[in-house]
Each structure stands twice: as C-alpha cells, then as structure tokens.
Design a protein around this ligand. Structure first.
Ligand code: ADP
Ligand code: MG
Length: 803
C-alpha cells in the first residue's frame, strides 16, 4: 500500500494529529504468579523481567537475563470493566466521529485473549470488549439525535489462510457459493462474500455476536478446527449523516475487534500433520503482521507488505495508518510461561513504536450534493433575471451556446479582424469567453495558412539544425565559382546575419532602411559605442570580442590580441598581410579566402573556436562514459537487490528470523546489504557528476556557437575590406592611418542608388535560386550593395580627379 491519500472524488479525509499505537499488557490472574521474575514499577507502565540463569536449560552464561518493557499500562488483576475503560472506550467514541479503530488481542493460547475480547458469554459481568463496544455505540447514538447513524456488523474468521463467515448460518444469509475474497477499492478494503448485518438495536447486535461465538465453537468440533489457531475479526461499521438536508457530508468508520490466534511457537519436532500446518500458517501470519507493523513504524517506508497474508490484507485499512490502534498483550504470570511472555512483550514494545495518523473518513453524498447545487443554480438564475430587469436589459440567455451561436461569434471575430466590424458587443461572460476562444481558433487557422504558403514556396530549415545548415553550405560550395551572387553560403559566411534575417517581404523598403540595417550591423560590432555612420571607434570592438569564457585566459588572450593589433603595426601581428600580393582583379572564392583568413587575421579566433570545440567533445565523451557507468551500477544494484531478497526469503522460510527482538542475519546477507549501500552511494555520486557535465556541455555548446558566429562575422568584415574597399580607404586603415582595421565606416561603402535597387530586385528574380533559406538570400543582397557602392565610389573619385 502506498501511503498517499486516496484521490477519489467522494472520499475525503481530515488529517488528525500523529499518535502512537497504544499497547497494554493484561496479566492473567494466577495463584502461581512469578513474583521473583516479573516486577512492575510504580509508574504502572514498566514491567521488568528477570530470568534466573539456572532456570534455563542449556543457556550460555553470558546470555541476557534482564529485560525491561515500558508500555502504556499494565493491567494486573483488572476487571473487565476497567479493561474496557482503559483500552476501548476512546476508540469506540472516536469511531462515531469518523475515525477507524482497531483493537487487537495478542498472546499465547490460554493467556486470556478471548476472555478479554468476548468475555464469558454466560456472565454479564464478565462480558468482554465486544459486547461493551456495541453497548457504547448504541448509547452514543441515543445521545446524538441530530444524526442518523447506522450500525452494521460482520464476523470473520481466518483459519489456515481461508476465510469463514461466522454469521453465514443465519437463515437469510445462507452458505456462500463462492469463496470469499478480499477486495480493495478507493473506499478501503472489504471482504467480498462476507455477510454484513444491519442492526438497529443493541439486542440484535448481541444475538449476532452470540451466533458468531456459537459458530466458532461448533466449527472447532465439526471441522476439527482448533479455535485457538484462528484469527477472529468482529467489525462494527458506523455511518453517521447529519439529519439536516443541506449537509451532503457524512462520516463512516469501522471498529475492528481482533482476537488473534495463539502466538506460541510450536516445537518443530512435536508438530506434525494438521498441527504443523496450523503452526506454519499462524507463525506466518503473525510474522507478516509484525512485518507490516514494523514497516508502518518506519516513516521512510512507503510500501507496506499488507498483501502477504489474509490477516494483514483484511486489516489493511485498519492497521496503523489513519486509524486509532490499540494492542492488548495477554500474558501468563507464571514462571513456566516466561519464554512466551518475553516474546509477547517484545511484540508489544515494537508495536508501540508505530505511529498512526488518525483521520476522519469524510465522504460526500453525491446525490445530496447535486440536489443542493441545483437548488443554488436555480436561485442564482432568478437573481440574474432580477438584475437584468433592474438594469433595463432585454432578456439575456445565460444557457450554454449552441453551434449556430458559436459560428456567429466566429464570423464576428473574422469580420472584426478584417476591419469590417467596428466592435463586438459584450453580452455576458459566456459570450466573452467564446469570443476569446474564437480569436484563438482564427489565429491558429491563419498561422497554418501562412506556414503552408511558405512551405509551398520555400524549403524551411530549422535555424538550430546545424546538420541541415551545413548540408546546405556544402551544397553551396560545389556551386561556388567565385561569383558572389551565385554563391549560396548559408547563414555562416554572411556579414551581420542577425540584422538581415528579416522576412523577404521587406525587400520593398526604401534605401534608407537598407542603410539603417547595415549600420545596425556595424553597431553590433561597435557594441555600446554610439556610432554615427562616419567615425567608428575601434576600441569598443573588444567588448564584444569573445564570449565570456570559463577560463579567463582565452578571453584575455583575444582581447590582448586585439589591443596589440590596434596599436602596433599590422606587420608584426600578421606579417602575411604585408607581404600579400596586390589585390586581384577578381576576389577569390569565399571558401578559399576563408582558409586564408583562418591562418591570418582570424587565426586567434579560429584557435579559440577549435579549442572550445575540443573541450565540448571531450565533455560529451565523458558524459557518455558516465552514463555507461551509471547504467552498469544500476544493473549491479538490481542484481544485489535480487540476491538480497533471495537471502531474506530463505531466512524467513527457516523461521528463525529473530532473537531477542533483533534480526539475525548471516554474513552473506550482511555483506550484500553493505554492497548495496555502497553501490547506491556510487550511483548518487555518478549521477551528480553527470548532471554537472550536462550543464557544462550546454555551456560549452553555447561558447562554440558564439565563436563560430564571431569567426564568420570577422571573416566577412575582413573579406569586404580586403577585396571590396577602395585602395585609398585601405590606406587609411593601415597603421598610422585614420581608421583602424575591422572598422571600416559603412557609410563609405554603402550608398545604394535607385538604379542599384532596381538591378537588385531584377537579380533577385533571375539569378538567385528560389530562396533555400532567407539568410543566404540577404547575404547575397548585402554583397551586391557593397559591390555597387564600391564602383560608384570609384566613379565619384575618378570624376573628382578629373575636375
Ligand atoms: P486465549 O483466548 O488467549 O486462548 P482464553 O481467553 O480462552 O485464552 O482464556 C483461557 C481461560 O482463562 C479461560 O477459561 C478464561 O475464562 C480464563 N481467563 C483468562 N483470562 C482471565 C481473567 N483475566 N480473569 C478470569 N479468567 C480468565
Ligand atoms: Mg482464544
């Protein structure tokens, strides 16, 4: 059973406060009480047991001889009356408030369990808890006229793992055709086939009890069943509803009164046949009971093994958990029975550790609830009608909308979006909600339409799908013949990719717009510096240079590099640049130029890029190794658990699983437990490592992406400066010149005239392939602009010279 509360709609519970199981000891009166060995302390709760060494045969000298048990109360020579007051009264009265309660008698045969539970049926004074509980229930019902309270009872016997209905002999019940089964449903556990009897008065209840008791005795003769070898559960079911109609809540509860089978261990050698079978079943069910109770006492355990035997399964919702629970341990006070007494007291002290959290079983009467809600609804509708008439509104319909009304709203929304409808009148809340709803419908339809139009025209590539992008790039390389326009270079090689990733629809924007876009790309370079198109301060460029790196070195290095290239002659920084042959008449193909760039001005960025990439790969590898290790550890954990379970079940089969309240386990099992603990620790460590690694990978990936972008952007600047910028401007870029490299004023190279724009749109229609991806499209466009601008500037310069 999981501890989680039931989520059934009609089943609610109210939390109570935590409580311990109450454990009492009742000592059977005897003339032969072992005063020497059993002593009670003054608190009337503690019982000390002293065992004389010589009184135990074969006992090793250093074995324990003294024990002390502290329980909730010791009932010595107590009357049935006192026992009831102490043990049962509260539990029963709480049951009428909706708390389940369980009272169990535990102990060896003859110690007085049945006497405590049922009592002597022939003597009223000696009646036990059972008849007294019934009496109390009916008395309380009388005292509570505001509630309609029903009482039902059932009487179940469990013998050798079979279920018997002790009330099946009643004429209207008849013997059940199918064997009884234990069934669980959201409301709890019940026994299918067990007769449950409505009792309207005390007397009826008594006769049911006597009927059951008689059957118990008869069965022990006719079926050769030893009654001390069976568990008997008498259950009182209470259901309390308020008599006022408006209250749909009601509470239910069960009181389980359990007379357990004798707990004595039968010597293996003496038992055979039927007795052995009985002994096995009893030992089993009592030890399962104990296991369930130990599990209940362990707050960290969420699985309680209730289903191991009929006893714990039938009592599943009545043991620990959310009910009031009481244990009466019946003991002999005689010396000869001291072993069993010790064993019983150990059970009691373990039981006392269990905490329960009694909760009210509050339920809702669905029918009553619906009736109440309907009443409320009618009232509110009347109220609305009054409000409408007071506000002079014509009759408004508040009912749910039908399809036609919804379609009308949809059309209103469409007209509103088109602009043919000025506004949508507000009528009521339902209508407003539907308007919003239809907005959503229309919006998603339009989105789909746009997307399918785009898909018909273009192949869309996910910007984050690097594989697809590189495939496109590769495809582009094959075609590249050095012509700028025909060179589809993907998103990577473009200058200022980001600012140009606007939709193709913007192509008709004025040239001013183009300028703005370009200078915004320049601004991107220049980071925070306020740039006019003309003078660009290069010193700002370093602020954007490298992605913030985990090891500051990388960043520093690049910044340093930039700084030196700013202040020192280019020659020292990149000698090749100085030695480079005069500019070719046609610019080299970009892929080729890119290789040059990587060896020259871009070498540092490229190095960092590669470094980051290798770190990323290394982390990925480590993550994959860690994952493999985790899987291996998990497999080993599973195997160890299996082996451990096997050991456990072996140990339990052998029966000798406890001694003086301590589990005895062999070395092998102990080692397995240690191993499991160790493995779990390893697992946690590795798992933490993996999480750290994943975070690191994500971070590295980000760095790599940033570096790549940086590399490509730098390349583009370099490429433009190297092959498209007029030579005289280049001079200005040289050391000592007025402009520093990398920061060519864009206004000098961008000035697209009307003609260029025409040509550009023409080009777009003829030369460019049917846009595989808007990024390369815009990159090409920028290059065209730059080329034209270059020519124009040259012309202007020539003209100026001539004049
Ligand atoms: P159990 O059910 O544990 O096997 P019983 O309740 O049948 O034991 O008790 C065995 C006998 O001892 C019965 O005859 C019962 O009347 C008697 N007995 C047990 N406890 C008491 C007690 N507290 N006072 C008087 N008689 C008792
Ligand atoms: Mg008995």
């Amino acid at each position: 059973m999981m501890r989680s509360k039931n989520s059934n709609k009609h089943y609610f519970t109210k939390m109570g406060s935590r409580k311990k199981v109450h454990a009492f000891v009742r000592v059977r009166p005897t003339d032969d009480f072992a005063h020497e060995m059993i002593k009670y302390r003054d608190d009337n709760k503690t019982i000390d047991i002293h065992l004389k060494k010589d009184s135990r045969r074969g006992v090793v000298n250093n074995q324990q001889t003294d024990w002390s048990f502290k329980l909730d109360r010791i009932l010595h020579d107590a009357s049935q009356d006192l026992v009831y007051e102490t043990v049962a009264k509260d539990v029963v009265s709480q049951a009428l408030n909706g708390f389940n309660g369980t009272i169990m008698c535990y102990g060896q045969t003859g110690a007085g369990k049945t006497y405590t539970m049922t009592g002597a049926t022939e003597n009223y004074k000696h009646r036990g808890i059972l008849p007294r509980a019934l009496q109390q229930v009916f008395k309380m019902i009388e005292e509570r006229p505001t509630h309609a309270i029903t009482v039902r009872v059932s009487y179940l016997e469990i013998y050798n793992e079979s279920l018997f209905d002790l009330l099946s002999t009643l004429p209207y019940v008849g013997p059940s055709v199918t064997p009884m089964t234990i069934v669980e449903n959201p409301q709890g556990v019940f026994i299918k086939g067990l007769s449950v009897h409505l009792t309207s008065q005390e007397e009826d209840a008594f006769s049911l009890l006597f009927e059951g008791e008689t059957n118990r005795i008869i069965a022990s003769h006719t079926m050769n069943k030893n009654s001390s070898r069976s568990h008997c559960i008498f259950t009182i079911y209470v259901e309390a509803r308020s008599r006022t109609l408006s209250d749909e809540k009601y509470v239910t509860s069960k009181i389980n009164l359990v007379d357990l089978a004798g707990s004595e261990r039968l010597g293996k050698s003496r038992s055979e046949g039927r007795v052995l079978k009985e002994a096995t079943y009893i030992n089993k069910s009592l030890s399962f009971l104990e296991q369930a109770i130990i599990a209940l006492g362990d707050q960290k355990r969420d699985h309680i093994p209730f289903r191991q035997c009929k006893l714990t399964h039938a009592l599943k919702d009545s043991l620990g958990g959310n009910c009031n629970m009481v244990l009466v341990t019946n003991i002999y006070g005689e010396a000869a029975q001291l072993e069993e007494t010790l064993s019983s007291l150990r059970f009691a002290s373990r039981m006392k550790l269990v905490t329960t959290e009694p909760t009210v079983n509050e339920k809702y009467d669905a029918e009553r609830m619906v009736k109440n809600l309907e009443k409320e609804l009618a009232l509110l509708k009347q109220e609305l009608a009054i409000h409408d008439s007071l506000a002079n509104r014509t009759l408004v319909n508040y009912d749910p909308m039908d399809e036609i009304q919804i379609a009308e709203i949809n059309s209103q929304v469409r007209r509103y979006l088109e602009g043919t409808l000025e506004e949508i009148d507000i009528i009521n809340l339902r209508q407003i909600q539907e308007v919003f709803n239809q907005f959503r419908v229309v919006l998603s339809q339009q989105e789909q339409e746009v997307e399918s139009t785009l898909r018909r025209k273009y192949t869309l590539i996910d910007k984050n799908d690097y594989a697809a992008i590189s495939a496109v790039q590769k495809a582009g390389l094959v075609d590249a013949d050095g012509h700028l326009v025909g060179e589809p270079d993907g998103q990577g090689f473009g200058l200022g990719v980001a600012p140009f990733s606007t939709k193709p629809g913007k192509k008709s924007k004025s040239k001013k717009m183009f300028k703005e876009q370009l200078s915004s790309s320049a601004r991107k370079e220049g980071a925070s510096s306020p740039l006019s198109g003309k003078d660009l301060d290069v010193s700002t460029s370093k602020t954007q240079l490298t992605p913030s790196s985990k090891d500051g070195d990388v960043k520093d290095m690049v910044v340093r590099d930039r700084e030196t290239s700013n202040t020192e002659p280019l020659a020292s920084d990149s000698p090749k640049e100085e030695l480079r042959p005069p500019r070719p008449s046609t610019p080299p193909a970009k892929p080729v130029a890119f290789e040059d760039f990587k060896n020259e001005r871009g070498s540092e960025i490229n190095r960092i890029f590669k470094e980051n990439k290798s770190i990323l790969n290394e982390r990925r590898k480590r993550a994959s190794e860690t994952t493999q290790r985790i899987n291996a550890i998990k497999r080993e954990i599973d195997m160890t658990k299996e082996a451990l379970n096997l050991q456990k079940s072996l140990r339990e089969k052998q029966g000798e699983y406890e001694n003086k309240g301590l589990m005895i386990i062999d070395e092998e099992e102990f080692l397995l437990i240690l191993k499991l603990k160790d493995l779990k620790k390893q697992y946690r460590t590795e798992y933490q490592d993996l999480r750290d690694l994943r975070a690191e990978i994500q971070y590295c990936q980000h760095l790599v992406d940033q570096c790549r972008h940086r590399l490509l952007t730098e390349f583009d600047i370099w490429y433009n400066e190297s092959f498209f910028v007029p030579e005289d401007l280049q001079m200005a870029v040289k050391p000592g010149g007025s402009i520093r490299p990398g920061m060519m004023p864009l206004s000098k190279i961008v000035s697209l005239g009307e003609d260029d724009q025409d040509r550009f749109s023409q080009l777009q229609q003829t030369t460019l392939p049917e846009g595989p991806d808007s990024v390369s499209f815009y990159n090409a466009k920028v290059k065209m602009e730059q080329k034209h601008n270059y020519l124009k500037t040259m012309m202007g310069l020539q003209q100026a010279h001539r004049k």
